[in-house]
Design a binder for this molecule. Sequence first.
Ligand SMILES: Cc1cc2nc3c(=O)[nH]c(=O)nc-3n(C[C@H](O)[C@H](O)[C@H](O)COP(=O)(O)OP(=O)(O)OC[C@H]3O[C@@H](n4cnc5c(N)ncnc54)[C@H](O)[C@@H]3O)c2cc1C
Length: 329
Amino acid sequence: MWGATFEEPHTTPLRNFILWLAGKKSVTDAIARSGMKYGFARRFVPGETLADAIAAAAELGRAGRRVTLNQLGENVASAEESRQSADSYLEMLRQLNGTGLDATISVKLTHLGLDLDPKLCRSLTLEIAARAAELGSTLEIDMESSAYTDRTIDIYGNAQRQYRNVGLAIQASLRRSESDLERLAALNPKIRLVKGAYREPAALAFQKKSEVDANYRTLLDILLRPRTTGQFVAAIATHDPALIDFAERKIKEYAVPQSQYEFQMLFGIRRDLQDQVHAAGHPLRVYIPFGSSWCPYFMRRLAERPANIWFLVRSLTAERKPSTGTRAK
Ligand SMILES: Cc1cc2nc3c(=O)[nH]c(=O)nc-3n(C[C@H](O)[C@H](O)[C@H](O)COP(=O)(O)OP(=O)(O)OC[C@H]3O[C@@H](n4cnc5c(N)ncnc54)[C@H](O)[C@@H]3O)c2cc1C
């Protein structure tokens, strides 16, 4: 029956189409030209500058939230661009220091040149981790598509062994994630558990939402359960109310102290749920992306919830329609 999907796929044709479009420069350029102008991007991205992000972070901080800042950008084209991205993260750490915010930074390794020069990427990651450690902050490493998983884990392990202040995102959609967690446990890592935002082949990734959710539960249990060797800090990064309920039950069952877990959600998404999690007394960190390269991030948010496309179309048409009310002169 139409509309009664008992086995909703994690991967749908529409989601795949949007993710495919996200890779087309002409499409993303066209969206980028109007996104901030017409305001629809601001729902997910507070602005293009670090000042915009810090203003959003300060507001969230006043409401008792922790934050993590991400300078949007992926797959840089040269060593100079890799260096510039690293500098922008160092500047972010500098400006966050002294604000009194509980703030970390989140980085994609392709933004530090993982594709071009893994050696350079490794040394830039170490430099950022070292600076974050000096300032008592944490570097969180985002996980990108499966083409980068091994290299990301490798660079992550190297930085965490040296500085002990580095976190890593692990995707429940990938079949390999359980063994990755077991291998990483000895590093006492902070693991951000996400469902996974990328289109992946069936050989590597679960395709049905129910399978991804079941694996999320398995992995979350591994992160929260007391262990004899290695202890995780769990960052429970989801807006899925059923998984949040599951996490709350496990936190209670295993009596997990607040120093060992936090919830994480994306800026502008399910603010109602963010309020509920905070009101229930759990630590909650909001991921704040900013920057001029916001389009691929924005497209992934559309792919997660195609209903957002109507929100985009409405914003565009509402802005472009001549106003019927009294115009200010
Ligand atoms: C803090 C944080 C960091 C992340 N880092 C990474 C990373 O490093 N690598 C990676 O691959 N992925 C990352 N993600 C994205 C993640 O993989 C998912 O794609 C995303 O979180 C959607 O999955 P969900 O768990 O919220 O559950 P879903 O089942 O997708 O959504 C649950 C509910 O949340 C709401 N919702 C979800 N998405 C949206 C949206 N875009 N707009 C409006 N409502 C929405 C809806 O009400 C939906 O029913 C991150 C997510 C978070 C929260």
